[in-house]
Design a protein. Structure first.
Length: 246
């Protein structure tokens, strides 16, 4: 980490924080700071304005406490483990032989952009439907894996986020996260009456439906990006296989 931190003049976030009890630092794995070799930067830790609960490693390798809401580069690490046919150690990704893609159904509802980020963090992407077969397969996956959510305004309960979006000027131009329009991507079958761009007044502004979703019968719907929904990530096993042959 010291070597990597050298490249950032502002330092990098470590996984050491005191979220649970201010001033009592532990790593994300639960190791107390006392058991981690460290040297504090000059004048640190100062818990400036009583708002600092995360540790940043400076370019010289010393530690400073900082506001967790601050913006710093960060380093991810992952233990090496055996990968499945999908190219990931995440056993929730299942290969569907009908489409040749691997999918993971996320039951924890998120907004569209958080769902997008979650898939990216798993080395996948918000599912893109490329054929009638894939539309059907994802509808079935939703039907099978979808979890009943509380019937409230906070969640979609019959639509899941997938990877298309009304980009740019928000003029009803539906584009996948890979940049194709739906027809070119291979599937543009909206649910009857959709896309309807249903609008409501929300937090002092009008909210329109600029994000893409799928129903349990595999048809498409336009949805509010900010309302949380379950979602589907997709990854291509070929990416893993071909990179392995190189
Ligand atoms: Ca696909
Ligand atoms: Ca709609």
């Amino acid at each position: 980490m010291k070597n990597l931190a050298k490249t950032s003049v502002h330092g990098v976030f470590t996984g050491i924080h005191s979220t649970f009890s201010r001033g009592d630092y532990f790593s994300v794995e639960g190791v107390p700071l006392a058991k981690i070799t460290h040297v504090w930067s000059k004048g640190e830790p100062d818990n400036d304005q009583d708002r600092e609960g995360c540790i940043v490693m400076s370019a010289d390798g010393t530690f400073a406490d900082k506001n967790c809401s601050g913006t710093f580069p960060y380093i991810c690490y992952k233990k090496f483990s055996k990968r499945t046919v999908c190219g990931t150690s995440d056993l929730s990704y299942i290969l569907d032989n009908r489409t040749g893609s691997c999918y993971k159904f996320h039951q924890f509802p998120r907004t569209w952009s958080r769902a997008y980020m979650t898939c990216a963090a798993e080395n996948a992407y918000l599912a893109v439907i490329n054929s009638e077969t894939e539309g059907k397969a994802l509808g079935e996956l939703f039907l099978k894996k979808g979890k009943p959510l509380p019937y409230s305004g906070e969640y979609y309960w019959d639509t899941a986020h997938i990877g298309f979006h009304d980009w740019g000027e928000h003029g009803g131009q539906w584009i996948t996260v890979h940049g194709d329009n739906l027809k070119d991507a291979g599937y543009d079958k909206f649910n009857p009456g959709e896309p309807n761009n249903y609008s409501i007044y929300f937090m002092n502004s009008i909210m329109y439906e600029f994000c893409g979703g799928i129903t349990k019968v595999g048809t498409l719907d336009d949805m509010w990006c900010e309302r949380r929904a379950q979602f589907i990530c997709e990854m291509q096993p070929e990416d893993f296989l071909s990179s392995d042959e190189d």
